[in-house]
Design a protein around this ligand. Structure first.
Ligand SMILES: Cc1cc2nc3c(=O)[nH]c(=O)nc-3n(C[C@H](O)[C@H](O)[C@H](O)COP(=O)(O)OP(=O)(O)OC[C@H]3O[C@@H](n4cnc5c(N)ncnc54)[C@H](O)[C@@H]3O)c2cc1C
Length: 485
């Protein structure tokens, strides 16, 4: 769509949002040209900063009226280019929708606006002994709206579940600009479940009702050092196979440890080729018993050093290295790709060995830091962007890692979403029929394809192009068979 056709929508936005909430200045627009995945960039035609659901709805209605695509953006920490703007569209940023609207401890729930950060929810209820369980490493800055769109996870989702397990209801603005509620208590189809993880393609979340969880009284954190990832991987399988469900099992390999040490001096055991962080929570006796078992399993799997955090300060020190790892890698490499894939836990040792082979074959270093407990790999593929061809080789290795995930029966994404970056890999997991079926869901919410178009699906199509879907009269109605339903 040529830029001038946005003149009228922009005029309308200024009218009901006020001029201070509509950005068209090219320099300011550049702030929004990418999310955490910086190699996809596009400057939006206009950015709007609504302060309420009604304002979001009004913006979306104008978009619908004029056939203008729109993209929601929270904090822009996404790692799959989900919030990548459209040069011919509107970027709807939720950063001014940051109110915690209510906290209801008796019913263990809070209602918040979509721009509230993940950690702010916990901070609001921590003193009362509660927290919001899903804990992406980006939790200090990422928004709950973004978490909903990505069905975000985190280190403790192994035991406590992902965003989808902690969102009880949503208020959304549909792609037609209507404000509707979706609730876990609704009978019929699970539309709440369909919306969570839909990456902004089914509308915009404007209120989120989250479950609040009682903070565990007893938490024990164990750091185990191995000579390499293979033995660490064996320990992970043996722990879960032994019937123990830690709240977190995270693994870092030698390169990730090197980066974390350089950045935050986390003092992991010297000579470690891999470390496992195993966290246990629950009643005192249960935690003590499980700690004994995990210690035994780690030793039997070849751990040469084991350290249990004695107090919250030591626990924080153990986690510091892990939580800083993504950013820390920037210290040992000028550029890197953060990959996200899943493999069955039992395949971890083999897949990690294959990643190592790929890395050596292509002369590209790969640091592994990941949620080992649920087989969610986060290989960090390092390269020097000044070296000709290095970026292409890194891309190749990164793609081959996803091939491995699929070959082993896993997934091309664990928690970072498909976005724009991985839409081309969707065909590795899904047939054309599968994708057409998914597109039917999309079309039911957004028949005009205006809500975050170009994301998730490899071959964006209009709803009329999906087999079996026609605009206007449904084929069953046309043929007279609809009465049978
Ligand atoms: C250092 C770092 C560590 C990370 N660690 C983790 C981790 O441990 N686990 C994990 O899961 N992710 C992690 N991430 C990825 C990222 O933080 C999450 O995907 C997060 O949920 C994105 O939130 P956001 O507010 O930044 O969303 P954005 O990046 O702004 O948007 C992400 C997607 O959500 C859509 N969206 C945003 N707001 C709304 C809304 N209100 N309604 C509908 N759609 C919306 C956007 O259109 C886009 O498709 C990490 C990222 C970084 C940079």
């Amino acid at each position: 769509m040529p830029a001038q056709t946005l003149d009228e929508p922009i005029r309308r936005f200024r009218e009901f949002l006020g001029p201070g909430s509509v950005i068209t200045d090219p320099v300011r627009l550049r702030t929004y040209e990418c999310d955490g995945l910086t190699h996809h960039r596009a400057v939006p035609a206009v950015v709007v900063l609504p302060e309420s659901a009604e304002q979001v709805a009004a913006v979306v209605r104008v978009c619908d009226e004029h056939g203008v695509p729109f993209v929601a953006r929270g904090a822009g920490t996404g790692l799959s280019g989900g919030a990548l703007p459209r040069t011919d569209g509107v970027l709807i940023v939720t950063s001014r929708m940051r109110r915690i609207l209510s906290v209801d401890l008796a019913n263990r729930r809070a209602v918040v606006e979509p721009g509230v950060t993940n950690l702010a929810i916990t901070e609001a209820v921590r003193d009362q002994g509660y927290y919001y369980a899903p804990d992406p490493s980006s939790q200090q800055v990422c928004s709950i709206g973004g978490n909903v769109a990505e069905n975000s996870g985190g280190a403790h989702c192994l035991k406590h579940g992902f965003t989808v397990n902690h969102v009880l209801a949503l208020e959304i603005v549909t792609p037609q600009g209507e404000i509707v509620e979706l609730s876990a208590a609704d009978p019929g189809y699970d539309l709440l479940g369909a919306f969570i993880g839909s990456e902004g393609t089914l509308g915009i979340a404007t209120k989120v009702t989250v479950r609040l969880t009682r903070a565990p009284r007893n938490v024990t954190t164990l750091l185990a050092a191995f000579d390499g990832v293979e033995r660490g991987g064996q320990a992970v399988s043996a722990i879960i196979g032994g019937g123990i469900l830690p709240s977190a099992i995270e693994m870092m390999d030698a390169l990730a440890i090197e980066a974390a040490e350089a950045a935050v001096a986390c003092s992991y055991p010297e000579g470690a080729g891999a470390v496992l962080i195993v966290e246990l929570d629950g009643p005192v006796e249960e935690v003590a018993h499980e700690l004994g078992e995990v210690t035994r399993i780690c030793r039997e799997s070849g751990a040469f050093a084991l350290r249990t955090a004695a107090d919250p300060a030591e626990r924080a020190a153990v986690w510091k290295g892990r939580k800083s790892a993504f950013a820390a890698v920037g210290r040992i490499s000028p550029a890197y790709i953060v990959q996200d894939g899943v493999v069955p836990r039992t395949a971890l040792p083999e897949v990690l060995a294959s990643i190592d082979r790929l890395s050596r074959e292509h002369g590209i270093r790969v640091a592994n830091v990941f949620h080992a407990g649920d087989g969610n790999l986060h290989p960090l593929v390092l390269f020097d962007d000044r070296e000709p061809g290095a970026g292409e080789r890194a891309e190749l290795v990164s793609g081959r890692i996803l091939d491995l995930c699929v070959e082993y029966g896993g997934s091309i994404t664990g928690e970072h979403g498909v976005g724009v970056d991985k839409s081309r890999y969707m065909t590795k997991m899904f047939s054309d029929d599968d994708l057409d079926t998914m597109q039917l869901v999309r079309c039911a919410f957004d028949p005009r394809g205006l809500s975050n178009p170009g994301k998730v699906f490899p071959t964006p199509r209009l709803c009329g192009e999906v087999p079996g879907v026609r605009r206007g009269v449904h084929p069953l109605v046309e043929s007279g068979r609809a009465e049978q339903f």
